[in-house]
Write a protein that binds this ligand. Structure first.
Ligand code: ATP
Ligand code: MG
Length: 183
C-alpha cells in the first residue's frame, strides 16, 4: 500500500496520472473492494448501503478501488474495534457520491483544512497509529483526476465521514461511450 501510494502521489504531482476510464457499476466495485479487505475489516461491522439500479459511471477501476481502500483502511485504523463502518452511495442529478462513515473520534476541526495534504497527520496523540499521511493525498489526486471532489466532515453522532463524488455522464452514457470511441 505504501509503495502504491508513493507511486500514485509522484504521478499525481508530476501531472502524469491518466485514469484508464471505462464504464463500471460502482456497486460491483464496492463489493469487490470489501471482499478483498475482509481480513482488514474483520473486527469492525461493515454496513453497506448501495441503492439498486445505479447508472454506470466512467472510472478507472483500480484507481477508484485504491481510493476506497485508503478510506476504508483509515476507518478501520482510526476507530475502535467493534464499531460500525458505513459504506454508501447516493445519486444526485450530476454525480454519484460515495461515502465512508465511521464511529471513531472524528477529525479535530483545526486539522480538517490540511487533512488531504501529503504527509499530513492529525497531531492528537491517541490518533496516531502507524501511517505516512499519504492515503488521503492520493485519494484526493485520484478523485480529482476523475473530475470529482473529495471532502471530510464530522458526523453529528460522532465519527468522521469521507465523501467523494464522481461525475455522471451528461445524457446517454452508452451514446457518450460510442462517441468517445469514434473520436
Ligand atoms: P497512510 O494512509 O499513508 O498509511 P495515514 O493514514 O496517517 O497514513 P492519511 O490516510 O492521509 O494518512 O490520513 C491522514 C490523517 O487523517 C491520519 O493520520 C489521521 O490522523 C486522520 N484520519 C484519516 N482518516 C481518519 C478517520 N476515519 N478518523 C479519524 N482520523 C482520520
Ligand atoms: Mg491512511
Amino acid at each position: 500500500r505504501l509503495v502504491s501510494n508513493l507511486l500514485d502521489l509522484s504521478r499525481i504531482e508530476a501531472g502524469a496520472l491518466r485514469p484508464d476510464k471505462d464504464w463500471h457499476d460502482i456497486a460491483g466495485l464496492i463489493d469487490d473492494v470489501l471482499g478483498r479487505l475482509r481480513p482488514v475489516t474483520a473486527e469492525h461491522r461493515v454496513v453497506v448501503g448501495v441503492p439498486d439500479a445505479l447508472p454506470p459511471v466512467a472510472l478507472d477501476y483500480l484507481k477508484i478501488g485504491d481510493v476506497l481502500v485508503n478510506l476504508i483502511e483509515n476507518a478501520v485504523k482510526y476507530t475502535p474495534k467493534g464499531t460500525e463502518i458505513h459504506v454508501s452511495v447516493r445519486q444526485t442529478a450530476e454525480e454519484l457520491r460515495v461515502e465512508v462513515a465511521d464511529r471513531g473520534a472524528g477529525i479535530p476541526p483545526e486539522d480538517l483544512p490540511r487533512l488531504f495534504d501529503p504527509f499530513y497527520r492529525v497531531r492528537k496523540a491517541e490518533a496516531r497509529p502507524k501511517g505516512m499521511g499519504l492515503g488521503l493525498a492520493v485519494a484526493k489526486g485520484l478523485v480529482q483526476a476523475h473530475g470529482g471532489r473529495i471532502w471530510a466532515e464530522n458526523c453529528e453522532g460522532g465519527g468522521a465521514r469521507f465523501v467523494f463524488s464522481l461525475p455522471l455522464a451528461a445524457g446517454d452514457p452508452i451514446e457518450a461511450e460510442r462517441q468517445e470511441r469514434d473520436e
